[in-house]
Design a protein around this ligand. Sequence first.
Ligand SMILES: Nc1nc2c(ncn2[C@@H]2O[C@H](COP(=O)(O)OP(=O)(O)OP(=O)(O)O)[C@@H](O)[C@H]2O)c(=O)[nH]1
Ligand SMILES: [Mg+2]
Length: 310
Amino acid sequence: MKKAGKIFKVKTEDLKEDDVIIAIMGPTGAGKSSFINMATGNVTGVGHDLESCTNSIDILKFQCIERSMQDIIFVDTPGFDDTHKSDVEILEMIAGWLKQTYEQNVKLAGILYFHRITDNRMAGTPLKNLHMFEKLCGKDALQNIILTTTMWDEVDEATGEQREKELERHYWKTMISQGSKTMRYQNTDKSAWNIIDSIVVGHNERYAVELQKELVDLEKELPETGAGKELFGKLQALVKRQQDTLHRLRDSMKRHDDETILNALKEEYEELRLQTEATVKEMEALKIPIGKRLRRLFTSTLGFFKLLKK
Ligand SMILES: Nc1nc2c(ncn2[C@@H]2O[C@H](COP(=O)(O)OP(=O)(O)OP(=O)(O)O)[C@@H](O)[C@H]2O)c(=O)[nH]1
Ligand SMILES: [Mg+2]
C-alpha cells in the first residue's frame, strides 16, 4: 500500500529512544537509496552508473500523514568497496554512528541487508560486505534482520529462485537459523512497505548490534572489534596477494628483454605498487601495527621499486 507522508533529513542527536529506526545496509549499488525513495516518494541519492552514490550516513524521517501510522526513520548507509571512500573510512563512519546512537540509548528497530539477485557470483564485493555485516551485527540483532534481495526485474524467475536458494542454504544459513528472515523486494512501493511493515508491525524487541556493545559496553577500540578484525584480516590478505603478484611480475621482468613487454610489465608493477601502498595506508588508518613479516615484505618490495626506477 502506498503511504502518503513527508520526508526530511534529521540529525543523529535528535533521534529518540522510541523512534522506529530502520537501517539499510549492503553492497554499493544494491538499491538501498532507491528503496527508501520508492517507499517515501523522495527523489534524491540514487546512483545512475557504476559509481557509488551514498557516501555518508543519511537519516531520513518519513512522517506519515495518517495519524494512526508510525513515523519511520530510514538510515541510508554506504556499502564497502565504495568508489570514493576506503573500507576503513566506511567502517569508521558506520561504527561512529552506531556508537553515538547507542550512547543516546537509541537502538535500531531492524536492519534491511540488501543483496542484488543479479549477482551471479558470491565473491568479491558481495561476500566482503556480508562478512563485515555479520561481524558488525553479532547474534542477538539477527532476529531483526531482513535479508532483502533486489533487482528481481533484471533476472528470470527461475534463475533468481535458484540463487535465492543458494543464498539461503549456504551464505545466509547461519543468520537464518538464528532468526533472520529473507524477503524479495520487487521494486514497487507496495513491496517496499511489505518489507518495512514486517519489521514495524511485529514490534519486535530491539537489540544492540555487536559493534555497539563492543564499542560502548566493552569500551573496545574499533580495531579490537569483530568488524575491525575482519577488515584488518581482509587488508592483510590483500597485501599478501599483492606481494605475491609483485614477485611473479618481477620474475617475468627478469626473463624478458623485449622493450614493449618490459614496459607493459613495469606499468602493471607500478599500478600494483600504488595499490599496495594504499592498502598499507588503510591499515595504518585503522591504527593497527603492521606485523614484522609484512613490514619486511614491504621494505624488500619498495627497495625493488627504487631499483626499477633508476
Ligand atoms: N532494475 C532495477 N534497478 C534498480 C533497482 N533498485 C535500484 N536500481 C538501480 O540500481 C542503481 C543503484 O541504486 P542505488 O539505490 O543508488 O544503490 P545503493 O545501494 O544506494 O548504492 P550506494 O549508495 O552506492 O551504496 C540505480 O541506477 C537504481 O536506479 C531494482 O529493483 N531494479
Ligand atoms: Mg545509496
